[in-house]
Design a protein around this ligand. Sequence first.
Ligand code: AMP
Ligand code: ZN
Length: 485
Amino acid sequence: MAVKLFNTLSRKKETFKPLRPGRVGFYACGPTVYWYAHLGNMRAYLFEDILRRTLEYNGYKVRHVMNFTDVGHLTSDQDTGEDKIEKSAKQEGKTAKEITNFYTAAFKKDAALLNIKKPTIYAKATDHIKEQIELVKLLEKKGFTYKIYDGIYFDTSRLKDYGKLARLDAEGLKAGARVEQVHGKKHPTDFALWKLTPAGVKRQQEWDSPWGRGFPGWHLECSAMSQKYLGEQFDIHAGGVDHINIHHTNEIAQSEGAYGKNPARYWIHGEFLLIDGDKISKSAGDDITVEKIANRFSPLVFRYLVLTAHYRSQMNLTWESMEASQTALNNLYQKMRDFLDETSGQQWWLKRLVKNLGLAGKQTQATFKKYTKYEKQFLEAINDDLDTPKALGLVWLMVADQELASDAKKQLLLKFDRVLGLGLDKIKSANPPSLVKKLASRREELRQQKQWLNADALRAQIEQEGWLVEDTPYGPKLVEKKIKL
Ligand code: AMP
Ligand code: ZN
């Protein structure tokens, strides 16, 4: 079954066709490591993780490259303002390297807590200065650059369709012209490839180049590193919607100038996360991070919440929505435990269940049909431009389906979780300690003998051990008193 993805280039859902059969070259713009990534940033990485997992679920081998911007990203997202890293280093009284190392490690930790798969390759901008200088040299040779007092700029008028990704029309360009401009730039959309360190200034991070001492422009690193690790053209480039107008538009300009090709065939963008209606941005300082929610919620609760909205819709984060996600995830974990218990572990309880229900045989065929149906519907949902809300809906329909055996439910949950990444594979059968099992059997004997008081005393003892006895129509069942979430 084909994967369909909404391509920002065409503004259409397209059937994904890789350049090389069975393989996907995938580049995702990574964080600027001057501060913690906020939950909005993490929504972008979660969407990219779902995209990658969906491709893998479909059997593709994905080469996933992500950069760390550790130099060159200015506070304006344009060519004015301070370098975010140098500014943060000054504020915290640390070196630029200390800052970038610290926030790179913090990002990796947060991504792991959200079950985001590690990219195949992490690439730092400062480790690729040589490649970036080579790219500017190539653009210079092809006549796409000019020099002004503060750097080397890309002449966007040299490309006939500059701005096609953003559909920058006359209006868009006028809007661009309103932002603070660097004096001497030929066109408002021209952008810096190499910024020169002004005379008398010493930056913490600066390098020699054929044009003078300085540092690379923000867009340059992604073009240089994607070309190095994925080639002049690769399959998918992803990021947040805020990258469409400037960053990705300029990456396309650089690659088209240098290699005559749009670097990626599919440009996929994730919408913003809002907090109670406000846009969160880490430069505003009022950010909410994985660490900050961790004392109230498991980070995977946020992952669950993100899955409840389509990646191309804005989503609002409220404490109520987090609490609702917590309840839902908790219930899903409990279901998973039940299915595990019913198919292994608590043999004493399972035997009774099988006996009481007269299971097996008849059910097998119906289950098999249903299993295939859910498998197909789930694949259809995620392959339809990553429709995770629909996929989650199916999960709940499936777990509640009376005609599906627990074993099939368990298998399907584990399979679907390869895409959802909710940690269902970590759930253990609620296998009670042998003392608790012994107490439960003894209590059951006492109940059979109608010694209710003694049986109740044992129930209290079982509770003290952290377990509850639920009397079900099929016999008693032990459940853990509290699920840690
Ligand atoms: P940055 O570290 O600012 O370069 O941003 C890292 C990623 O997060 C980029 O892909 C941005 O598009 C994305 N992003 C930034 N803010 C938000 C937000 N509020 N919601 C979703 N994605 C965001
Ligand atoms: Zn980028």
